[in-house]
Design a protein around this ligand. Structure first.
Ligand SMILES: [Zn+2]
Length: 189
């Protein structure tokens, strides 16, 4: 069973991901289904605090702790409870919805440590904090949030630079994909 990681790592997760606020997530329900197919004895744990809450707090911010056990190995994952800008939500503003979302993401990340969809996290070029500090900008064409991209030379093209360039070049705030479309439209004129 030492190849269980490879087996999970080889599962194609394309089309099972969703992109939210510059972070890519794997669907937890789908990921867990795949794990259980190969490992019916796999289990997961949502760790409660001493009061029996499904999240933890230092009085200011909150986080969740989850663990996924596959093949007798448990991987534990801690994740802050974050808002749509990927910023920690203060304790007094946290809702059960926010906590549930954090739990699902945390579980999915714990599953990734067993191999399934690991590349999604390997592709996180920017540390979490840097991402959280990026401005939130919406593309005027597709209405999606603009996120930083990796250029062909491997450099990161940050959100502020993307927007600056787009406004100079197209007179509008466009995401890189819509910039490409705009260029094609220009050329076909
Ligand atoms: Zn766009």
């Amino acid at each position: 069973m030492e190849n269980y990681f490879v087996a999970l790592n080889n599962i194609n997760v394309n089309g099972k991901t969703e992109k939210k606020n510059s972070l890519t997530y794997l669907s937890w329900a789908w990921a867990w289904g795949e794990v259980k197919k190969l490992h019916p004895d796999a289990t997961y744990t949502i760790y409660e605090n001493e009061a029996g809450w499904n999240y933890h707090t230092d009085g200011r911010t909150c986080w969740v702790k989850t663990g996924v056990t596959v093949n007798g190995v448990e991987h534990i994952e801690y994740l802050p409870v974050m808002d749509f800008k990927n910023k920690s939500i203060p304790l007094d503003l946290v809702t059960s919805f926010d906590v549930n979302k954090a739990i699902q993401r945390s579980l999915t990340k714990a599953v990734a440590r067993h191999g399934l969809g690991l590349y999604i996290y390997a592709g996180e070029d920017l540390p979490e904090e840097e991402k959280a500090n990026e401005p939130v900008c919406i593309c005027e064409a597709c209405q999606n949030q603009i996120s930083s991209v990796k250029k062909r030379d491997g450099e990161i093209w940050g959100v502020a630079d993307i927007v600056g360039y787009s406004k100079r070049r197209f007179d509008r705030q466009l995401c890189p994909d819509c910039q490409k479309k705009a260029l094609k439209e220009e050329q076909s004129k």
